[in-house]
Ligand binder design. Structure first.
Ligand code: SF4
Length: 482
């Protein structure tokens, strides 16, 4: 079974402009959400799909822009949270006359597959997105109404989802799950009277469109030749926006739930300076790239110099890529080996390294080792995300509990200070200072109740499940009434 998080786009030009160049630019700007494959779809054609980064297919852009010329289309960049990165699993997928692009994880896809003839799937060809699409098409055959179909499907799925759908009769739909785990935003390009839906607003900046608003959790947006309409397929009193999007996943220029990601990260750093005012520090350095604003906020608040003591070698084969979302350990290691220390910044100093998270601990260990080799006198690590001791069932690749370093060293312990002391010994730092959920929520600027913290708290109420943790993808557990 293949599960995935990712980035999605849907574009409709009401004045009839060819939207394929816009689609490609939007997907390029969402590349940080998925590096494994990408694709786009227009009505009445099979989707175009490629493996690797969007930019690696630049030699085909002209041909694609002409061949798929259309005023309506959807697109996708893929990051699999489990399973193979084959072209077959790239999106958009097409099931009958419906194309689908998905950001999130349907964690009970194997159960759902029983409703669509599960025995016809093999682990290699089954994706959670394909199962959801098959089921949706089955319901649409009986209901012929997208809102009614999503109202049924949402009760059958466990997990997170932002969908863009495209029909052969020239309609785009976008749906966001009732808790709003993953982001989804609506934009508008005035010059071409074009509506754009995307995982993040950084996609709008790339084509000169403006952010109109977040798509609400439980909202279904429809765009056709008559314009845009909105209805609700689910009412949701409690939202559960993924806290990890704010510290790591999203692009710093994006705005989510009214919060700019760069400023939120900087603010998180400021709060951490209040929580951990290390008095004898000589320099604050970020682990590139996502922790840079937090390190800056931390350093400014503390009055300690901020320096770029670790730099990525962007000319190596994988130098521009993000390590955490690479599916294979060897690739993650290769990316981390290309983070190089600057001895002149580090030597004989008490260095505070700011990072966004510690998941398995392998990257942190490698970074501590290289900073030691560059002559650091003392190393304190400040982590903007609380200890991750529980798997994610809503779209981020936090592995089985046994692989998580916070669980390995302190199973059952949720106190960030105690976990930090134990993790420090394993990764070789003098201290590891973790954020806590409440301080993180304050830094983000949202109430703790509006955010998901299941991976740090072990409370899966937002998903309505009680996992057994044997595997991230066996949701055989009893449903909690939500
Ligand atoms: S469990 Fe963690 S990573 Fe997954 S959605 Fe919740 S906050 Fe995000």
């Amino acid at each position: 079974m293949v599960h995935e998080n990712c980035g999605v786009v849907g574009i409709y030009s009401l004045e009839g402009s060819n939207v394929i160049p816009y689609l490609i630019d939007c997907l390029r700007s969402l590349q940080h959400r998925g590096q494994e494959s990408w694709g786009l779809a227009v009505p009445r054609k099979l989707p175009y799909k490629k493996t690797g980064l969007v930019a690696r297919s630049a030699h085909e852009f002209e041909k694609v822009i002409t061949k798929f010329s259309s005023n309506i289309g959807i697109g996708h960049v893929r990051y699999s949270t489990f399973g193979s990165s084959s072209l077959e699993n790239a999106q958009p997928l097409k099931v009958r006359d419906l194309c689908i692009a998905h950001n999130g994880t349907i964690s009970n896809a194997e159960q759902l597959s029983n409703m669509v003839g599960g025995c016809t799937f093999t682990p290699q060809n089954m994706t959670d997105t394909l199962v959801a699409a098959q089921r949706l098409v089955g319901i649409l055959k009986k209901k012929d109404d997208m809102k009614a179909a999503m109202s049924i499907l949402k009760n059958e799925m466990v997990g997170s989802y932002c969908f863009t759908f495209l029909t052969d009769s020239n309609t785009i739909y976008a749906a966001r799950d009732p808790k709003g785990f993953r982001p989804l935003v609506l934009g508008y390009h005035k010059d071409t009277n074009t509506y754009v839906i995307a995982s993040e607003s950084c996609a709008f900046s790339s084509i000169g469109a403006i952010l109109v608003r977040d798509i609400e959790p439980g909202e279904l947006v429809r765009i056709d030749k008559d314009g845009i309409t909105s209805e609700r397929f689910s009412e949701s009193a409690n939202h559960a926006h993924c806290a990890f999007e704010f510290t790591y996943f999203a692009h710093p220029s994006s705005i989510m739930e009214g919060k700019n990601i760069y400023l939120a990260r900087k603010k998180i750093g400021e709060y951490l300076a209040g929580k951990f005012p290390i008095s004898d520090a000589d320099v604050v350095i970020p682990v590139p790239d996502s922790s840079r604003p937090a390190a800056l906020g931390y350093a400014l608040k503390l009055g300690v110099p901020f320096e770029e003591g670790l730099l990525k070698d962007r000319y190596s084969k994988k130098g521009s890529m993000r390590s955490f979302i690479e599916p294979l350990t060897k690739d993650r290691k290769e990316i981390n080996q290309n983070i190089l220390p600057i001895r002149e910044i580090i030597e004989n100093k008490h260095v505070i390294i700011v990072d966004d998270s510690i998941v398995r601990g392998t990257s942190s260990r490698a970074i501590i080792e290289s900073v030691k080799q560059a002559g650091a006198r003392k190393i304190s690590m400040v982590i903007t995300y609380p200890p991750i001791s529980y798997p994610c069932y809503a779209g981020i690749d936090f592995p089985s509990q046994e692989e998580l370093i916070a669980y390995q060293v302190a199973s059952g312990e949720n106190n960030p200070d105690i976990v930090g002391k134990k993790v420090a010994k394993i990764i070789g730092a003098d201290s590891v200072l973790y954020n806590d959920n409440l301080t993180l929520a304050k830094g983000i600027g949202l109430s703790k109740k509006e955010l998901c913290f299941s991976c740090s708290s072990g409370d899966y109420t937002p998903l309505g499940i009680r996992p057994n943790f044997n595997s991230r993808y066996q949701i055989n557990d009893k449903l909690i009434t939500n």
